[in-house]
Design a protein around this ligand. Structure first.
Ligand SMILES: [Zn+2]
Ligand SMILES: [Zn+2]
Length: 378
């Protein structure tokens, strides 16, 4: 028997990589598909490329072939001379049908439950230091009556008589390759392989019931607005007693009336009179840890920031805290009585800061100002 030119049959070089050989075979197999080209010559050619591929895709057979042997003509190997063991059947199925035609068997009624998300509103103090919350969750739990099977107690799902419990029905097509079997999910039982004739009265065959339950969750310090906390397995139970999904908590941080949070730092604003800013003072300020005294240095300017280190929010999953940043706002006195005005003028003179009085200065008011004062009863 003449030795076939397997490389030439597939149209690849002698040093082609396994991947190149596979690609070449698939391309030709599609071209020469019996459905596309049913004439006998094409079918004969298809047999040739398949034989070539069987040899060249197997490293042992390819080596034997390269050394001058022919696995088919020499009768070597278990699958020699025909489509036996080692035949790349899954590759042919891939080439013809896309996906592999591997058998699946009946599918389980149990499927994983869905995830659920609930919003949790927290005060700044709770997000900063962490807290424990009792949450009420409306969810699906396992049906106690049928323990998830969906069948009425004392009954069992019947084996489907269409697929005999296999969950799939097969169709056999004859071709030159022999019999090709294709499978699809059984239309009668939906692929489950069994049919529930008497569904559980409690859950109507779903295997789960809706209920309201309370869970206690620990919320770690440092979470912020928009943080999601995953509670594995606390979501709803799946159909047919399937494993539960996860529960996600979405944190909503309520605004605080004093502090504004930026990351782990807190910001607040204090008002101090001009004299205190000039002379320096001690201020009592609110922090998350209670009242604290801060030193305002003499000569503090409006807009200056006094930091209180480690008085911010606890860092999430880390040690340490952010800072509290106190923004100082210096208030200029708005109403001066004559004595105060006199003292301020004197101060200005001492500091060499005398300026010509503006048109709104006391004693410089025009007709309209006097009129306004009259209306206001001054
Ligand atoms: Zn039930
Ligand atoms: Zn069936």
């Amino acid at each position: 028997m003449a030795k076939s030119d397997y490389y030439g049959t597939l149209g690849v070089r002698r040093d082609a990589s396994p991947d190149e050989i596979k690609k070449a075979y698939r391309r030709l197999a599609r071209e020469l598909h019996p459905d596309v080209n049913p004439d006998p010559a094409t079918q004969e050619r298809f047999k040739e490329i398949t034989q070539a591929y069987e040899v060249l895709s197997d490293p042992n057979k390819r080596q034997m072939y390269d050394l001058g042997g022919d696995p088919f003509s020499s009768g070597a190997g278990a699958g020699a001379g025909g489509f036996g063991a080692g035949f790349p059947f899954s590759d042919i199925m891939d080439a013809f049908f896309g996906a592999s035609g591997a058998s699946r068997g009946p599918r389980s009624r149990a499927r994983r439950g869905r995830n659920a998300t609930i919003r949790v509103e927290l005060e700044l103090r709770e997000t900063a230091f962490g807290t424990t919350r009792e949450l009420t969750v409306d969810t699906a739990v396992l049906c106690k009556v049928c323990t998830g099977s969906g069948a009425s107690p004392g009954t069992h799902p019947d084996t489907c008589d269409m697929c005999h419990g296999r969950g799939e029905v097969s169709q056999v097509t004859r071709s030159f390759l022999g019999q090709v079997m294709t499978s699809r999910p059984c239309p009668q039982c939906g692929g489950f392989g069994s049919i529930i004739r008497t569904p559980c009265p409690e859950c109507s065959g779903d295997g789960r019931v809706r209920t309201r339950r309370t869970i206690k969750v620990r919320i770690p310090a440092g979470v912020e607005d928009g943080t999601h906390i995953q509670l594995a397995g606390e979501g709803e139970v799946g159909p047919g007693g399937g494993p539960p999904g996860d529960l996600f908590l979405e944190i909503v941080e309520l605004p605080h009336d004093i502090f504004e949070r930026r990351g782990d730092d807190l910001h607040c604003t204090v008002q101090i009179p001009m004299t205190a800013a000039a002379l320096g003072t001690i201020l009592s300020v609110e922090t998350l840890d209670g009242k604290e005294e801060i030193d305002v240095r003499p000569g503090t300017q409006s807009g200056q920031v006094i930091p209180l280190y480690n008085r911010g929010v606890q860092r999430l999953n880390e040690s340490g805290r952010g800072d509290l940043l106190i923004h100082v706002n210096v208030e200029t006195p708005t109403k001066l009585d004559p004595q105060q005005e006199e003292l301020l003028r004197e101060l200005a003179k001492l500091r060499g800061e005398e300026r010509p009085p503006g048109k709104f200065a006391p004693g410089q008011q025009g007709f309209f100002s006097r009129l306004r004062d009259a209306f206001n009863g001054r």
